[in-house]
Design a protein around this ligand. Structure first.
Ligand SMILES: [Fe+2]
Length: 448
């Protein structure tokens, strides 16, 4: 993928304060020496047993591509998404892209990243001017956290993503974004490693990640029980769709914390979400810009957790609303059962778009893109569409209101207050238009 000449690469490197000659990966024998030292380290929280270290080192010495299950024998079936890191295949341009990302992160993280993230980077020695060799990185992650890397070839379905989490495997891609690309929808090494890996050292973040994996197991375990007694294809399809829907709402809790979470530290807003920290542009934007809305949450409160599970979003651009956790310790409350029960409740409630300010929100600042909860309905009715997120949440809510809330659903008790009244005549108008299949385009968000 060498599309720039060396002189062009030198100029790009210089723009980021990098000397191109420093962008040189270590040869295999040097990487092996470093790996050997790492594997012998018994002072770490989780030393690697010699019977696992020996074949791991041998595979690395033989130049075998790194893949899932090489270290401990434990593994997850990744199916068609299985992949391997062929370290020596990375081009100078790809290493430089990593170096530029790290250089930009260095400029922003001191002011905007939470302290624990910066500490985590030191523990895993993430940084430098070349893409990390997964043999070494995987060993270090295991030694510190018992998590391992699962190399995948592309964005993977949510069910598989969280299955990996339940086994303490973190899916990582092996490709690097194009040079100087700040934000991309699809995760690359920059996102997966420079964004996520450092946050593994924050115990409560690893706890939330693992518990989402266990929540997935509960949701799909219940699905399997129901499928066993289903008598026809229509019922089987409905059971499958219900499980997928619940996982989608559980994913939103993950999205607004592990991926795009902010936290209060010493009275200041700081970023800990990997989606934010893998984009230097969004790192500054999320903390400093007046464009997004920032809402304070206490995730140990059911209503605040429900706010996350009922908030729809898009992945195509910087977020419109960030949720600021009052303190990291509050995330301890995210048990698998609580994630599942919140997702189940979310399935029965009206949802918010990523621009809405909801009743009871603890507003830190109202963003320039914020709208009232009614605006999505009015825009839909007057055909003044704003973005897919507003359209999608408006259609969902109007269908729910026409269909009727579940019997016994007491919004005052489970929610922060009654749903805002929709404008007169809107429900009738929507019922007629929906019957004509006008809103078939409403889509679900992409996954990880
Ligand atoms: Fe991510």
């Amino acid at each position: 993928m060498m599309s720039n000449t060396e002189s062009q690469l030198r100029a790009i490197a210089a723009r980021h304060g990098i000397e191109l000659n420093s962008v040189r990966p270590q040869p295999l024998h040097e990487r092996i020496q470093e790996l050997e030292r790492c594997l012998l380290d018994q002072s770490v929280p989780h030393p690697i047993l010699p019977e696992f270290a020996a074949p791991y080192l041998a595979a690395a010495q033989a130049g075998e591509p790194f893949k899932i299950g090489t270290l401990s024998g434990d593994s997850v079936d990744l199916g068609a998404f299985r992949n391997a890191q062929r370290y020596d295949d990375y081009t100078l341009e790809e290493h430089l892209s990593w170096a530029c990302l790290i250089a930009e992160q260095q400029r922003t993280k001191h002011m905007y990243a939470c302290q624990e993230y910066q500490q985590g980077e030191k523990v895993f020695e993430i940084g430098g001017t070349v893409i990390p060799d997964f043999y070494l990185l995987n060993a270090r992650i295991f030694q510190q956290t018992c998590w391992q890397l699962a190399t995948v070839n592309m964005i993977i379905p949510a069910e598989l993503f969280f299955t990996c989490h339940s086994h303490r495997f973190f899916p990582v891609t092996t490709f690097m974004r194009a040079l100087e690309q700040d934000y991309l929808q699809e995760p690359d090494i920059g996102h997966d490693v420079a964004g996520h890996v450092a946050t593994f050292t924050i115990p409560v973040v690893a706890h939330v990640m693992r518990n989402h994996g266990l929540a997935r197991n509960i949701i799909y375990g219940e699905r399997d029980d129901q499928l066993a007694s289903a008598s026809n294809d229509q019922d089987r399809l409905a059971i499958q769709q219900k499980a997928d829907e619940l996982l989608l709402y559980a994913e939103r809790i993950y999205w607004f914390t592990v991926e795009f979470g902010l936290v209060m530290q010493q009275g200041e807003v700081r970023a800990f979400g990997a989606g934010i920290l893998s984009s230097p542009g969004e790192t500054v934007f999320s903390v400093q810009s007046t464009k997004p809305t920032r809402l304070l949450i206490d995730p140990s409160l059911d209503t605040d957790l429900l706010r996350l599970a009922t908030t729809d979003y898009l992945i195509s651009e910087f977020q419109k609303t960030y949720f600021v956790t009052e303190h990291f310790d509050l995330l301890e409350s995210l048990t698998p059962d609580r994630i599942v029960s919140t997702a189940k409740l979310a399935a029965k409630l009206p949802h918010f778009s990523w621009r809405d300010i909801a009743p009871g929100d603890k507003v830190i600042n109202v963003g320039e893109s914020a709208v009232s909860t009614n605006e999505k309905y009015l825009r839909l009715m007057s055909n003044q569409l704003c973005d897919d997120c507003l359209t999608r949440s408006a259609i969902r809510n109007l269908r729910l209101l026409i269909h009727g809330l579940a019997p016994g659903m007491d919004l005052q008790r489970v929610w922060r207050g009654p749903i805002a009244d929709v404008p007169p005549g809107l429900l009738e108008w929507f019922r007629e238009e929906d019957a004509k299949h006008r809103f078939q385009h409403a889509t679900r968000p992409l996954s990880f």
